[in-house]
Design a protein around this ligand. Sequence first.
Ligand code: GLU
Ligand code: ZN
Length: 308
Amino acid sequence: MERQGGPVVGRFAPSPSGRMHLGNLWSCLLAWLAARSAGGQMVLRLEDLDPDRCRQTYCDQVMADLEWLGLDWDNTPVYQSRRTELYAQAFRQLEERGLIYPCYCTRAERLAASAPHRSDGVQIYSGRCRRLTREEREELGKTRHPAWRVAVPAEEITFRDRLQGDYTELLSRDCGDFILRRSDGVYAYQLAVVVDDALMGVTQVVRGRDLLDSTPRQCWLQESLGYDRPEYGHIPLLCAGDGRRLAKRDRDQELTALKERYTAQELVGRLACLAGLLDRPEPMTPRELIPLFAWEKLPREDIRVDNW
Ligand code: GLU
Ligand code: ZN
């Protein structure tokens, strides 16, 4: 069900696996402006599901960085690492409907049994373990911990993106059965994000365009779990001079390095200029930008950021 009217609730959903970089700041600023300009609330969720990569100090750092920029949030921050029971409940709900099966494939087997790559290089799982008999499962289970996949239907999922227009996937062809729980027991991002967006009352998701093709999966999980669908706006990515998207390894675009060159207001102004909200990169607070925000002004294509 598509949401109608009502107050907007946007969200920050950073993965605290290191310092924030320019790409995170860009999506946090735009998500905040989209919500605040609609008179909405903003909630914060720390996506610290992966125990190998996330640290409390990174969570603290992310919150300090958001505050430094002038981006605030409502309510108490939510940590995914503390919500395992909620994900387990949703997982059981899908399991009871017969939608989940164990996958015993090793990485090598998965690659060998995968359908041709999708255009973005992602392998589509063949559904090999969907067809295992009970005996085969028992046998394989003696030596391996399975991952858990959801069996997707041959169903087209379409959603309307505020920036990218209509986007459709036929889940069985374009995505395949995807993992909801890893073999080490950690619940997958796709499940956690759907449960959390729903339970946190999120009505508006503004995030990088790299997640556009996760959205049909998330819409389908929402439907399967009886949740409302938030509205989506997938913003273009910031790319390095060579066209690659900015990532944590671009040290000069990390906040530590950026802070040496810019004040918070200079950074915000420069990002707002890239977003088409300002003609010149003048120093600004996020709050001053609220009246200037409009979806129509935002760029659709990825943006190269040289010389920052
Ligand atoms: N935690 C994800 C990231 O930092 C964002 C997930 C989302 O917005 O749904 O890339
Ligand atoms: Zn398998």
